[in-house]
Each structure stands twice: as structure tokens, then as C-alpha cells.
Design a protein. Structure first.
Length: 126
């Protein structure tokens, strides 16, 4: 059986810098609004994104200087003290979040974290 691989030439946002990705902007806006360092688990829960994706985005944003990572001690669920990385937005990250505010059309749309949820939201809104 013959198989062919067809690559889509659709538009992607990955040609944009990481600080302009919609997912990264959600993280930057959230951190800018907090003011205190937050753990990866807290951030991923608050923005509704998978923890591994949030970890990767935060690492890229930290490399650019949009967020700052710091080690902090916290108490785990079992009452054990653990050291984990917390993140806070830098002034550059806050500037990116403020400068690239969502459009009014996007602000009206509910939060979606998958293509299927986006399709459903667009269908029900329009």
C-alpha cells in the first residue's frame, strides 16, 4: 500500500516570536495581573493549559527575559516541603502583555484550549 505525506501550507503562528504567541500572551497577562511569583502548576491551572505546555512556554519566555524564574519552597499535598520554580513577569513581559492586548472580537469569545472547542465556540457565536 502506498502512502503519501501531505504537508499543509496553512498559516501558523509559530513564525511569530514566542512572546507574541496567543498562549504565551495568556500566560504573560496572567502573571502581570498577579504580581507575586506563581508555580507552573498554578499558572497552568489558572490559564487552562496543560502543565507540560505551560512549562515549555515559560522556559522560552524566560530565555527571552519576559519572565523571571526563581526557586521557592512550598508545601506539597502530603505536608512535605519541596523546592520548585516560581515565575513572575518582568517589565518586558508586562509590556508585551499590555501592548498586544486582545482584540474586542477575541475578548467576546469564551476561553478555548483546543481546535474542537474553538470550532464549537465559533459555530455557537455566529
Amino acid at each position: 500500500m502506498e502512502t503519501s505525506t501531505h504537508t499543509s501550507t496553512g498559516q501558523t503562528n509559530r513564525s511569530l516570536p514566542v512572546e507574541r504567541w496567543p498562549e504565551s500572551l495568556d500566560i504573560l497577562r496572567h502573571l502581570a495581573a498577579q504580581g507575586e511569583p506563581r508555580s507552573i502548576k498554578q499558572i497552568s491551572h489558572d490559564v487552562g493549559a496543560p502543565e507540560i505546555s505551560t512549562r515549555n512556554r515559560l522556559a522560552r519566555l524566560a530565555a527571552l527575559g519576559a519572565v523571571r524564574a526563581c526557586k521557592a519552597t512550598t508545601i506539597a499535598a502530603m505536608g512535605k516541603q519541596v523546592v520548585c520554580t516560581h515565575y513572575v513577569a518582568t517589565s518586558y513581559g508586562r509590556d508585551c502583555a499590555a501592548r498586544l492586548a486582545p482584540s474586542p472580537e477575541r475578548a467576546k469569545m469564551p476561553f478555548v484550549n483546543s481546535v474542537f472547542a474553538l470550532g464549537w465556540a465559533l459555530k455557537s457565536n455566529g
